[in-house]
Design a protein around this ligand. Structure first.
Ligand code: COD
Length: 301
């Protein structure tokens, strides 16, 4: 299956049961707006936790109707996040979403050893982009959670992402492991990791996807560029997933795609007990809405 637009996620979740989504620190205009839109479209049933007065003020000034929604008053941000996380671990909610709270506060709560959402797997972030100049949706990982993943972490990140892409109907995702060059250079750790990951994939140590690397960004996304350099690869020019060397490269690519290429994006944290919508405060309402759809797809059984 080839997904071309983030809108196509709607079709992926069309026959899914409505997911319960808990919005932590819900006094945030864009998050509220996206949640209400997803509710009206029958994708989620929201639970709002946060400063009730703040939530009501935002709703009144933006014309949001929250009268049918469950709102739990908890003005303390940390306590609101803790309550939301516990709702997910108690199976009272299927998806966690970040509202007006810092990313690292939310992630630290998610990783809390007593009441967090750990599963024993590495948690990782995936961003799914709709870029006008590429022929299908392209996923990028990890641009927001794992700072400097080692080889073992990268294996877990690939596995998390591949199983999410399977849920989107992509049977055998093509994974490009990025480096600055497409040749192995012993002084560039990313290229060593890329070569190892590719070989592990060939030997079935990492399954259900096709991994190639090292690939530089241009040959990962352009057949012409790969041909020009004489690279023979099933992945080059037709990548479904870009594996980033580290968070800095990933985050800069994410922001470049959004700000320069005007890409649309949806993103979630994978590998926890439930998907987590962790868009940043600068992300648009549309990005938050699309991320809710991606989370609903990622929570498919
Ligand atoms: N998956 C599972 N467990 C993890 C993960 C993970 N990805 N990361 C850490 N843990 C566990 C560790 O094994 C340990 O038991 C505990 O959590 C604490 O680990 P630390 O000390 O390495 O991590 P923290 O608590 O200092 O920080 C974890 C964060 C996820 C907050 C940190 O890695 C971080 O700040 N990431 C970047 C987040 C960010 O700023 N993103 C902004 C881009 S938008």
């Amino acid at each position: 299956m080839v997904l071309r637009k983030l809108e196509d996620l709607r079709e992926i979740i069309a026959n899914e049961p409505v997911k319960k989504l808990v919005l932590a620190a819900a006094q945030d205009q864009h998050s509220l707006s996206a949640v209400l839109r997803a509710w009206k479209n029958g994708i989620i049933e929201p639970i709002l936790i946060g400063d009730k007065e703040g939530i009501q003020n935002i709703s009144v000034s933006n014309g949001f109707d929250i009268s049918g929604l469950r709102v739990i008053h908890e003005p303390d941000t940390y306590k609101a996040v803790e309550m939301a996380v516990k709702m997910v671990s108690n199976k009272q909610a299927d998806v966690l979403m970040k509202g007006k709270v810092g990313t690292s506060t939310l992630l630290k709560c998610v990783l809390n050893k007593e009441w967090g959402l750990r599963t024993g797997n590495l948690l990782s972030h995936i961003a799914l982009f709709e870029v006008e100049t590429y022929h299908k949706l392209i996923a990028v990982t990890d641009v927001a959670m794992n700072i400097a993943p080692n080889l073992q972490d990268k294996i877990a990140i690939v596995n998390n992402s591949v199983s999410c892409l399977h849920k989107l109907g992509i049977a055998k995702p093509k994974v490009a492991v990025l480096g600055a060059v497409e040749m192995v250079n012993e002084n560039m750790e990313a290229t060593l990791h890329a070569a190892l990951l590719s070989k592990m994939n060939q030997r079935d140590q990492i399954r259900d996807c096709i991994i190639d690397g090292p690939l530089a960004f241009d040959n990962a996304v352009s057949v012409e560029s790969a041909q020009h350099k004489g690279i023979r690869s099933e992945v080059a020019g037709d990548t479904d997933l870009l594996l980033m060397p580290d968070i800095e490269v990933g985050n800069v690519l994410y922001k470049s795609l959004v700000f320069f290429a005007k890409a649309k994006v949806a993103s979630v944290i994978l590998g926890a007990q439930a998907p987590i919508v962790l868009t940043s405060r600068s992300d648009s309402e549309q990005a938050k809405y699309d991320s809710i759809m991606l989370a609903a797809a990622a929570s498919k059984k």
